[in-house]
Design a protein around this ligand. Structure first.
Ligand SMILES: *[C@@H]1O[C@H](CO)[C@@H](O)[C@H](O)[C@H]1NC(C)=O
Ligand SMILES: *[C@@H]1O[C@H](CO)[C@@H](O)[C@H](O)[C@H]1NC(C)=O
Ligand SMILES: *[C@@H]1O[C@H](CO)[C@@H](O)[C@H](O)[C@H]1NC(C)=O
Ligand SMILES: *[C@@H]1O[C@H](CO)[C@@H](O)[C@H](O)[C@H]1NC(C)=O
Ligand SMILES: *[C@@H]1O[C@H](CO)[C@@H](O)[C@H](O)[C@H]1NC(C)=O
Length: 392
């Protein structure tokens, strides 16, 4: 609390200084960066505690965006990736794919990449790193990773139950839609398509990824509140406006958007791109409306009695910086900057990010979300230096 008050005071005090040279970063209203040491501790913790399928998929994406941004879909000319990587390049990302595939060798297809604990979407989140491993493998006769990715795609498209509108179920036991799915599966389907490069099947898969986001939104988005519900259809629904669920939806839709933009189908898919821009924008409009005084969002965004949740705050702030970089629309940057300040303060000296967890426990995806936010800020900042001081 003390630290927060201090840094806010510094920010306000200096907020009218010109915002131009990189050195001005420290004396501007923009929050001071985390030290390289702290960032590397956050990274080490994220790797150490991620074990479940969705945590590993989120981690692989996080390491890509944070350490190897030129391989990530938000960078220009990142698709296709180079066929050959420098020694050690993306080694941590590729090792996630290698470990998962070695433990679950592709056998009779179709099959998910890893046990999803009942979830259809989650295993697919690792698929992007498996595709990257396959693409950059030096031995063309080694189809291990290509087969594993193909089996995962086949499972999603042809085995998983579907909702009446065609949305692929997030659960294997019943047709049920969770907002989480949007981050887990459509970005993989889109990346698969983008790497095919040849016209029709490339565009077809990108269209499928887009359609999945569209169909999920059709069921989960509630225009009366401007937010997504968490779980719909089947037994055990959750109609709340869960912060992280809205973060998964926004961040996943942005990856599909960026993948389409960098693919050979970009020109043929203009209307899909503007839909995705709008769908992410409406989540950001809905979420920041409920931002608390100190920058946090609440676990259930619109419920004042729900706990402040720094994990979802980080993911939605990351999505806001990405959305602003793509649209050049900085409307929500002041809100995301308040969130960034709070997030940076919430990282302790051990590089652990405090979210409301059991004592001694930390959220693996929370650790990743901090780095997704840092990566998104790093990409946004250079294009916005020298502009008017940011309104805070
Ligand atoms: C931010 O404000 C909320 C109340 O809206 C409070 O519960 C929380 O502890 C505050 N967080 C920090 C880090 O000060
Ligand atoms: C990894 O996490 C475990 C708890 O899950 C902890 O005991 C251990 O100290 C951590 N290792 C490192 C290197 O942080
Ligand atoms: C394919 O490549 C991986 C990673 O280099 C290796 O572990 C595996 O043994 C190879 N498989 C075959 C069949 O060559
Ligand atoms: C929901 O649960 C009830 C009772 O437990 C069961 O009869 C029904 O088949 C379930 N429906 C779905 C869609 O799983
Ligand atoms: C920027 O985004 C905001 C919030 O979604 C929207 O109201 C506004 O019209 C957008 N501005 C432009 C120039 O598109």
């Amino acid at each position: 609390m003390h630290f927060f008050a201090l840094s806010l005071a510094v920010g306000l005090h200096l907020s009218f200084l010109p915002y131009c040279a990189p050195a001005a970063l420290w004396s501007s209203p923009f929050p001071a960066p985390l030290s390289p040491k702290k960032l590397s501790l956050i990274r080490a913790n994220a790797i150490n505690i991620s074990t479940h399928s969705w945590e590993l998929g989120t981690l692989a994406e996080t390491l890509t965006e944070f350490e190897w941004p030129r391989l990530g879909v938000f960078s220009p000319r990142s698709i296709p990736p180079p066929a050959r990587l420098a020694h050690g390049q993306a080694a941590d990302v590729l090792s996630i794919a290698e470990t998962v595939v070695a433990e679950n060798p592709p056998g009779a297809l179709p099959a998910p990449l890893i046990n999803g604990d009942g979830a259809i979407g989650d295993p697919a989140s690792i698929g992007v790193s498996v595709l990257l491993r396959s693409w950059t493998l030096q031995d063309p006769g080694n189809t291990t990773f290509a087969d594993a990715a193909a089996g995962q795609l086949d499972y999603l498209l042809n085995v998983a139950p579907r909702a009446p509108n065609g949305a692929i179920s997030h659960r294997d036991s019943q047709a049920q839609l969770w907002a989480d799915f949007v981050y887990m599966a459509p970005p993989f389907i889109a990346y698969y398509g983008a790497l095919l490069e040849d016209g029709p099947s490339c565009q077809e898969l990108l269209q499928t990824a887009y359609d999945q986001v569209r169909m999920y939104r059709e069921v989960l988005y509630d225009p009366s509140v401007g937010l997504w519900r968490h779980i719909a259809l089947g037994n055990g629904t959750d109609p709340t406006y869960w912060g992280t669920g809205n973060g998964w939806a926004a961040a996943g839709a942005l990856r599909v958007l960026a993948t389409i933009q960098r693919s050979s189908a970009a020109r043929a898919m203009k209307s899909q791109q503007s839909d995705l821009v709008q769908w992410v924008g409406e989540i950001l409009d809905g979420a920041w409306k409920f931002q608390q005084e100190n920058g946090t969002l609440l676990n259930y965004l619109n419920q004042p009695d729900s706990f402040p949740d720094s994990s979802s705050t980080a993911l939605l702030a990351a999505s806001t910086f990405r959305w602003a970089s793509i649209t050049r629309n900085n409307t929500h940057i002041p809100a995301a900057t308040r969130a960034l300040r709070l997030i940076r303060i919430n990282v302790d000296d051990q590089g652990l990010f405090s979210t409301p967890s059991l004592p001694g426990a930390h959220s693996p995806e929370g650790q990743s979300f901090v780095l997704l936010l840092e990566a998104a800020v790093a990409a946004w900042l250079p294009f916005n230096l020298g502009k008017n001081p940011l309104p805070l």
